[in-house]
Write a protein that binds this ligand. Structure first.
Ligand SMILES: Nc1ncnc2c1ncn2[C@@H]1O[C@H](COP(=O)(O)OP(=O)(O)O)[C@@H](O)[C@H]1O
Ligand SMILES: [Mg+2]
Length: 544
């Protein structure tokens, strides 16, 4: 609309007409409503200006706010300006009329922009013409300090005194200022929360994440909580869980978070050595203690002095050695094999097992006194299939590090991720970590699909049952995977479905389907044969 039309439109409005009062009230109530429902600053401000246009037919308006970081005024919202014009609307703090209003904190009326030298027309929106074109601006205040300027072209037309326009704009400016105050408070609160969240995360990271223990599941949160509780003390911890669930990782994290973290962390695998060697490994020996002992050797307990000893697979320790271990734990003293000198050590003990020690005790394979001595703080690491929520996080973590190590950018397709989340994971996190590493190294495509899993996971004829260890498979149906549908049932099915779908999409033109799947014609031919896929008689040659 051109200025002349506007003049005509407003020519019958006078300050005393009830019509004008009604319009003003309508406009203000609309603005209040908008502000009341507001979520986003920018869009709400733009909608406020839109209301001024819709109800009062004001042609152009802009809301200029002070940007404290850049120390300048810039347009935050506008009506009637193009994006380009809006972008140009940036002023120094004392530049032009806007700057003057901001500096003085007083409204300003330019009855004729053509004869006002201060009027910069920076946006270029007001074409300089012979017509008299007015401009009114009022300041916005927050806590008595100017924060911006609301500007409009003449609001109520030439018949109405400028004072009328200014007083109405002042009311509006007060409303907008209140909205800004509220918005600033929310933004500050949000900033604080983000900061707080960052600090908490950093704390958590610095404590455990040197070892990158990933897990958001309830079970893992409990593990984190226990690590935190147990770490500062010297209490013996017994880590329980299937192989590959992260027992060693947790043992290291406990040591790392403990006051002994400057001391050594010594690991002994109790299943790896025969009885006599294990004893000498733990306690050390003097020169000539047995055939082959050509020199004295300190044992692992000595080496762990001032730090932590991690006795892995403690359930495999021979009974006789168990009693010797019990003495070391209880008295912190022992003699090297073949030696008479009593050695005193200060060592924290963390043991781990993947067998049910209570059952071993019942069967007479594990000393009950040693069991109770070790079981001071038990920490259970649930199998991966019982904390499937953690699988995507772990995959993301392992993909990231494998990609980095191998200088690749491999990602997983949704189907492949779905499959991995529902897989049984008999080898737990270790199996997942190894699989991802293998997939990344061997991937010749950017995206890993179910059929790549099929190739790299080896023989997985049916993920639901065949990969489940026998003793668990025949146990009570308590694990989550029993109650949770695994869909689709196997990698083989997924691969078949994927190929069939691609063929269907491509009208059974093998070359096209192969291209879509990133396969060679030979590869797709092989798979079509393997799955015995036959083109239905009604299939079209052309893709639909
Ligand atoms: N929660 C986890 N977050 C990240 N990596 C894990 C996690 N649990 C296990 N791993 C990794 O899986 C592998 C096996 O873990 P490990 O602690 O040796 O298991 P366990 O001692 O129970 O057999 C290790 O490479 C370990 O870093
Ligand atoms: Mg282990």
């Amino acid at each position: 609309m051109d200025y002349k039309d506007k003049e005509a439109l407003h020519s019958n409005i006078s300050p005393t007409t009830p019509h004008l009062e009604t319009l003003k009230i309508r406009a203000l109530s609309e603005v209040c409503k908008l502000i009341g429902e507001a979520v986003h600053l920018d869009t709400t401000l733009a909608r406020v200006l839109q209301v001024l246009h819709d109800i009062l037919r004001m042609e152009r308006s802009s809301l200029v706010l002070h940007d404290p970081k850049k120390n300048r005024l810039s347009i935050k919202a506008s009506y009637g300006l193009s994006v380009e014009e809006e972008r140009r609307g940036i002023y120094g703090l004392s530049e032009g009329v806007c700057g003057q209003i901001f500096q003085t904190g007083s409204p300003c009326v330019v009855p004729d922009v053509n004869s006002e030298p201060l009027f910069l027309n920076r946006t270029g929106a007001r074409r300089i013409s012979k017509e008299k074109l007015s401009f009114i601006g009022v300041p916005l205040f927050v806590e008595n300090r100017p924060v911006g300027v609301l500007t409009v072209d003449c609001l109520f037309g030439p018949e109405v005194a400028f004072e009328e326009d200014v007083s109405f704009l002042n009311v509006l400016a007060t409303l907008i200022s209140q909205f800004l105050v509220l918005h600033q408070a929310i933004a500050r609160k949000e900033e604080r929360l983000v900061e707080e969240n960052k600090t908490l995360k950093a704390e958590l990271h610095s404590r455990f994440n040197r070892h990158y223990i990933i897990g958001q599941s309830h079970a893992m949160q409990e593990v984190f909580w226990t690590i935190e509780k147990v770490a500062p003390s010297k209490a013996t911890a017994l880590l329980l869980g299937e192989s590959g669930t992260g027992k060693e990782l947790v043992a290291r994290a406990i040591h790392e978070a403990s006051p002994r973290n400057d001391g050594p962390f010594i690991k002994v695998n109790c299943a790896a050595l025969p009885e006599n060697l294990l004893e000498s490994e733990l306690l050390g020996h003097e020169k000539g203690a047995f055939t082959g002992a050509s020199s004295a050797k300190p044992g692992r307990f000595e080496l762990a002095h001032g730090g932590t000893i991690f006795l892995d697979e403690i359930g495999e320790m021979p009974l006789l050695l168990q009693s010797k271990l019990l003495r070391v734990i209880q008295e912190s003293q022992f003699e090297r094999i073949g030696g008479t000198r009593t050695i005193t050590v200060d060592v924290r003990i963390i043991a781990a097992t993947n067998v049910n020690l209570e059952e071993s005790v019942n069967r007479g394979q594990f000393r009950s006194d040693l069991f109770y001595r070790l079981n001071v703080v038990p920490v259970s690491l649930p199998p991966l299939r019982e904390r499937r929520d953690d699988i995507p996080l772990l995959i993301d973590h392992f993909l990231r590090s494998s990609n980095e190590r191998n200088d690749k950018e491999v990602i997983l397709s949704h189907d492949a991720l779905d499959f991995l989340v529902n897989y049984y994971w008999p080898g737990n996190v270790r199996e997942l970590q190894n699989l991802i590493e293998r997939l990344v190294i061997l991937a010749d495509d950017l995206v890993i699909r179910p059929m790549d899993l099929h190739e790299h996971m080896g023989r997985v004829p049916n993920a639901q049952s065949a990969t489940r260890p026998a003793e668990i498979a025949t146990g009570p149906a308590t694990t989550e995977s029993f109650s949770r549908p695994v869909s689709p049932s196997s990698l083989r099915d997924m691969e078949r479905q994927e190929i069939e779908a691609a063929l269907r999409r491509n009208g059974w033109v093998q070359a096209r389907a192969a291209r879509e799947l990133g396969l060679t014609q030979r590869q797709i031919g092989y798979r079509i044969k393997k799955f015995n896929l036959v083109r239905p008689s009604f299939a079209l040659d052309e893709p639909q």
